[in-house]
Design a protein around this ligand. Structure first.
Ligand SMILES: [Zn+2]
Ligand SMILES: [Zn+2]
Length: 124
């Protein structure tokens, strides 16, 4: 692993959030002023391909990177875009029964309005 990918992995692992490449870039810039966003993307792809992190794709929003690679699903706030982990039982067997085919994987995103948005707080 390159130094940058180690640093990026550390940032992801020490965050409780699902960070975007941009957020990781800004954190990394605090210590590595020469870093460019393209390098962050390249390293994120390598980490993702090495299955060290998970990528969560959300329509209309930048991809998020997740330290938790164990299968889990996500709650997505419609308003602020915040992601929370949810652990549901593995639905693979149920889905396969419904579809009548073997599936490779599934990715469940449940949208809701998060508690702080519901209370009208500005959350960013
Ligand atoms: Zn929210
Ligand atoms: Zn997650």
């Amino acid at each position: 692993m390159t130094t940058y990918s180690t640093l990026i992995l550390n940032i992801i692992n020490s965050s409780d959030d699902h960070l975007t490449a941009e957020q990781i870039y800004l954190k990394l810039k605090e210590t590595s002023s020469k870093i460019v966003l393209a390098t962050v993307y390249n390293n994120l792809n390598t980490l993702y391909e090495s299955k060290l992190i998970r990528k969560v794709i959300i329509e209309g929003s930048p991809d998020r990177y997740d330290k938790n690679i164990i299968r889990h699903d996500h709650l997505v706030c419609k308003q602020c875009g915040r992601l929370s982990d949810i652990v549901l039982k593995d639905l693979t067997v149920n889905l396969e029964e419904e579809i009548g085919e073997a599936i490779l994987s599934y990715d469940l995103k449940v949208s809701y309005i998060c508690p702080s948005c519901r209370q009208g707080k500005v959350s960013k």
